[in-house]
Write a protein that binds this ligand. Structure first.
Ligand code: ATP
Ligand code: MG
Length: 422
């Protein structure tokens, strides 16, 4: 029965993995809001062209990795392989109004038909930040600072390195492209098949090749910076100065590229050595040409995306989970009274568990399995006297308290669903 298995490259998020996922997304969201970003959600499927046009029919993502299908109405659709193109499409359709710049944050699943392995799945999740309508280097700094702050809040600063490069403006990149192709032509026959086919189409992407022989050739290739005009130099300098002013450490990596034509100036990646081949955790760059490529007005853009699964795997310790208070009915006929007590406390914001059956002993045993902090026991006598038995499950002590004063004895905790403290 193939239909009862989960599809290759997809996973169920349960238990610790779900907690880690929620922790990453909640933390990223909180930090993004603090930086003045606005959350949006775009559809997980779009017309194929939304991705195919900006990413290019020949890019790996479009030619090999994208999930494309026809719906019942005959529309050619794709599951989103990334967020940026959908966000740009939403921008062009007027979703964010006229006032620029806009700072956007989103989170959710993305889909790529890849060979599944550790840190690489067919359905995975990203958090994503974009700033549209800001051609200034301060926007590059802002967007990198957000990524840095999220990683820091997740406790991952020690695990990651910010690698940084600049592709320069269109003019500089054209000049470089010629230089690079001139150099690489001399090694045409030694290049990998992939790289040879990129020589005409997308030579910058060759700098990114993982092939061993390619890497040797690239080692001595001309560098982007050699072809920079005045403006490109100044832009990069300002980005570097901003990062230094904020105390964000980085390493320049002159081989770091984003291959597509609409990328310019800043390219960056936060990488780790802890995940084997899946070293990139958060990657982004400036894409000033993208919105125009999609048919919108010329509008600057810069952003990044990070893989939630990769971030989750790096996290060593999750925040402590909230501990429930368990309400236990004592004696027959007390179930509904106990349930009402649980309901009252929940309405006051306490984290309360309530079992559906069992004797007092069984319920208390289950309470310790649930790591409960207190048990509240309610029998006929307590009900009549307006009291409850409050059992401290850590200390093993029990005292009788006035029901009206119960709130003073019980701990208020963070949201149990997110394992966040308040
Ligand atoms: P890689 O070089 O690992 O294939 P990429 O360049 O394709 O990454 P981007 O398109 O920049 O990745 O996506 C941003 C982030 O999304 C990556 O840095 C990574 O953390 C995550 N990511 C990309 N593809 C996957 C996947 N198949 N499974 C899990 N996470 C992924
Ligand atoms: Mg990839």
């Amino acid at each position: 029965m193939t239909s009862l298995r989960s599809v290759r490259g997809t996973r169920d998020l349960v238990g610790e993995e779900m907690l880690a996922y929620r922790h990453v997304v909640t933390t990223a969201h909180r930090v993004a809001m603090r930086h003045g970003f606005q959350e949006i959600a775009t559809p997980i499927f779009e017309f194929v062209d939304v991705f195919a046009r900006p990413l290019g029919e020949t890019s790996d993502v479009v030619s090999k990795e994208m999930y494309v299908f026809e719906d019942r109405g005959g529309e050619r659709l794709a599951l989103r392989p990334e967020f940026t193109a959908g966000v740009a499409r939403a921008f062009i359709s007027g979703a964010f109004g006229q006032a620029l710049p806009v700072k956007l944050f989103c989170a959710g699943p993305a889909f790529r038909y890849e060979r599944p392995q550790k840190g690489r799945y067919r359905q995975f999740h990203q958090i994503d930040a974009e700033i549209l309508g800001a051609p200034e280097p301060l926007a590059d700094i802002e967007v990198i600072a957000l990524g840095n702050a999220i990683l820091s809040e997740l406790g991952l600063s020690e695990h990651v390195t910010l690698e940084l490069n600049s592709l320069g403006d269109a003019e500089s990149r054209m000049a470089y492209r010629e230089n690079l192709v001139g150099y690489l032509e001399r090694f045409r026959d030694d290049l990998s098949d992939d790289s040879r086919s990129r020589l005409e189409r997308n030579p910058l992407r060759i700098l990114d090749s993982k092939d061993k022989r390619d890497r040797e050739i690239i080692e001595d290739a001309p560098q982007l910076g050699e072809c920079f005009n005045e403006g490109s130099h100044r832009f990069y300098e300002e980005v570097l100065e901003g990062l230094e002013a904020l105390g964000i450490p980085f390493q320049k990596n002159p081989k770091l590229v984003r291959g597509l034509d609409y990328y310019s100036h800043t390219a960056f990646e936060f990488t780790t050595k802890s995940l084997g081949a899946q070293g990139a955790v958060l990657a982004g760059g400036r894409y000033d040409g993208l919105i125009k490529t999609l048919g919108g007005q010329d509008t600057a853009g810069i952003g990044w995306a990070a893989g939630v699964e990769r971030l989750s795997m790096l996290i060593e310790a999750l925040p402590e989970r909230a501990r429930p208070i368990v309400v236990v009915p004592m004696g027959d006929g007390m179930e509904l009274e106990a349930l009402k007590l649980a309901s009252d406390l929940r309405a006051q914001g306490f984290f309360v568990e309530y079992g559906f059956k069992g004797r007092v002993g069984q319920r208390l045993k289950r309470a310790s399995q649930q790591n409960a902090r207190f048990a509240l026991m309610l029998g006929e006598d307590e009900l009549a006297a307006g009291k409850v038995q409050l059992r401290d499950l850590d200390a093993g002590e029990q005292l009788e308290v006035d029901r009206a004063a119960l709130g003073e004895h019980l701990p208020r905790q963070g949201n149990p669903a997110t394992s966040e403290s308040a």
